[in-house]
Design a protein around this ligand. Structure first.
Ligand SMILES: Cc1ncc(COP(=O)(O)O)c(C=O)c1O
Length: 422
């Protein structure tokens, strides 16, 4: 396992008490790239994050030195791969404070995590007339699976509205909650608005009527310390590629007590204790939910990403991004004709906006000419666009490696947008 330990250089991005941004930026090879002859300014972190060298190394090291299937072989390579795989589960469980590591289920991403709960828990425990509560600020990943479940079971979808600033209207949530509510599925941090939702309060209220709580943590896990015990939720969905890890890997945290009651989501190899032609006995957690050969290098890469975030320190990451958000908000407020969408009381690093003169796609194009990567569109959150009466927004989203200078570059490029379209 020597190769596993040989990651030190890139795993410790900052050892000082402050946040060593120069050191951090050096860890991400792509940040040195030029786009259209200009230094890359990457502000599309809500779509996906860039990868530190330690993650890239962990994935390539797996293929170069460890490649074997897990949980199957008696040979040394397979045992090494299995050790690295299981180790990653332990790290990720500790990162979100799961009680036991078998509460960490590997999935393809946050989307699959939510689908797993909707289909496995939902189809087992929800019936006609039961109610599911989501919010008006959900990503499509946390809307469509529940709509499908409603079609399948006759359950009814209820929606918590949001106010003009992008806060959940909690009085409306209180009004919607009743003894028919069986599931409350809400986003922790909105990818379209940046709103940070009061999950603990939501969990307590939902549990008081006997409902389960699923939290879509795709946009919170990379940006703030996560403690699923404190959040009080039953399920928590994470996205590996938004956590500086590989694509195609995600996590479903579920309380063991809940997961134990749920049937498998997919079936096949690796998820069984025994199979005869008449009967199958399913495996224990977590294998019951991990049919087939898993995304081994994705899991190992995600473990390296968690190491990286731990070394950076999630409190420091949150603080850094909070400062950037305040700074970026001021920068944008100085741009004539620009309106920020999402001014919630609690906000994480998302700066979504519209401009009087230009369509988001034109803005995105002009920013790209300046080497600045942002996202333009509905951000897979069309109900949010409908709520505010816009077809799309431009979104700059922050990551731990962004700087105030990059936000200045964004501000200058937006002034250019105004010049072009005035
Ligand atoms: C809030 C939110 N939930 C879910 C997802 C889907 O995540 P994944 O790509 O891991 O399926 C995203 C992706 O943008 C998101 O922003």
């Amino acid at each position: 396992m020597a190769a596993l330990a040989a990651t030190a250089k890139h795993m410790v991005p900052c050892t000082c008490r402050g946040f060593d941004i120069d050191r951090i930026r050096e860890d991400f090879p792509i940040l040195g790239a030029k786009v259209r002859g200009k230094p890359l300014v990457y502000l599309d972190n809500a779509a996906t994050t860039q990868k530190p060298q330690s993650v890239i190394d962990a994935v390539s090291r797996y293929y170069a030195a460890q490649n074997a299937n897990v949980h199957r072989g008696v040979h040394q390579l397979s045992q090494n791969a299995t050790f690295a795989f299981d180790e990653a589960r332990r790290k990720i469980g500790a990162f979100i404070n799961a009680t036991v590591e078998c509460e960490v289920i590997f999935t393809r991403g946050a989307t699959e995590s939510i689908n797993l709960v909707a289909q496995s828990y939902g189809r087992t425990f929800l019936h006609a007339g039961d109610e599911i509560i989501i919010s008006n600020m959900e990503h499509h990943s946390n809307i469509v699976p529940w709509q499908i479940l409603c079609q399948q079971t006759g359950a009814v979808l209820r929606v918590i509205p949001i106010d003009d600033d992008g806060n959940l209207i909690m009085e409306e949530f209180d009004r919607l909650l009743n003894e028919k509510t069986k599931m409350v599925a809400v986003v922790h941090v909105s990818n379209a608005l940046g709103t940070v939702n009061p999950i603990r309060e939501i969990s307590e209220k939902a549990h008081s009527v006997g409902a389960r709580v699923l939290v879509d943590g795709a946009q919170s896990t990379p940006h703030m310390p996560i403690n699923v015990q404190e959040l009080g939720c039953d399920f928590f969905a994470c996205s590996g590629h938004k956590m500086y890890g590989p694509t195609g890997i995600g996590v479903l945290y579920g309380r063991a007590e809940a997961l134990d009651q749920m049937p498998p989501y997919q079936s096949g190899g690796d998820m069984i204790l025994s199979v005869t032609l008449e009967k199958t006995v399913y495996g224990r957690l977590p294998s019951k939910f991990e049919a087939g050969t898993p995304h081994i290098e994705g899991v190992i890469g995600l473990g390296a990403a968690v190491d990286y975030l731990n070394a950076a320190g999630m409190d420091a990451v949150q603080q850094h991004e909070h400062e950037l958000l305040a700074y970026g908000t001021e920068v944008l407020q100085r741009v004539p004709g620009l309106r920020i969408m999402g001014n919630a009381r609690e906000k994480a690093g998302v700066l979504a906006f519209t401009m009087d003169n230009a369509h988001p796609h034109d803005i995105g194009q002009i920013l790209d000419d300046e080497g600045i990567a942002v996202r333009a569109g509905h951000h897979c959150a069309q109900p949010v666009m409908q709520r505010y009466g816009v077809p799309a927004t431009t979104r700059a989203s922050l990551g731990l490696y962004n700087t105030k200078e990059e936000l200045d570059a964004l501000g200058a490029a937006l002034q250019k947008v105004n010049e072009v379209f005035s």
